[in-house]
Design a protein around this ligand. Structure first.
Ligand SMILES: [Zn+2]
Length: 141
């Protein structure tokens, strides 16, 4: 259940133990240890492990940026997987949001949760080639 960590909860001038970092971010210590394995730099390999606030902040910002990577043309963002997923049966309903944007909504083929994508209305013909688009009169809310 990975809610994004908020890098602004970390003070760049401070130094954190994994426990302190976990507490500041509302994450588990295991998550912080996974980040260290994943490349979050620590200041010393000796115990206690210390993480510079600046490095931690940068790491989270990079991680969040990577999570926002553009979708493939045939993917929606699954709200549960928090990743690009193909919709079940490539079936997608379309709800106009504004004159310029529309919301595509489908069912994640992997987990069954709702998957969505906001597209430019002018791109609808392009997406209609990929998905089985149905117009929905229902509001996007
Ligand atoms: Zn999913």
């Amino acid at each position: 259940m990975g809610k994004r960590a908020n890098p602004m909860r970390i003070k760049a001038v401070l130094v954190y133990t994994p426990e302190e970092a976990a507490k500041a971010l509302g994450k588990s210590t295991a998550t912080i240890r996974n980040w260290i394995k994943d490349g979050l730099p620590v200041m010393s390999s000796r115990k206690p492990m210390l993480i510079s606030g600046l490095a931690l902040r940068k790491y989270i910002q990079e991680k969040n940026k990577a999570a926002k990577q553009p979708l493939e043309p045939d993917e929606l963002t699954c709200l549960c997987c928090r990743a690009g997923r193909k919709p079940e049966g490539m079936r997608v309903s379309m709800v106009p949001l504004t004159t310029k944007t529309s919301l595509l909504r489908g069912t994640c083929a992997r987990c069954g949760a709702t998957a969505t994508r906001i597209i430019a209305t002018r791109d609808i013909p392009k997406f209609a080639e990929t998905f089985h688009l149905t117009k929905s009169a229902k509001s996007a809310a």
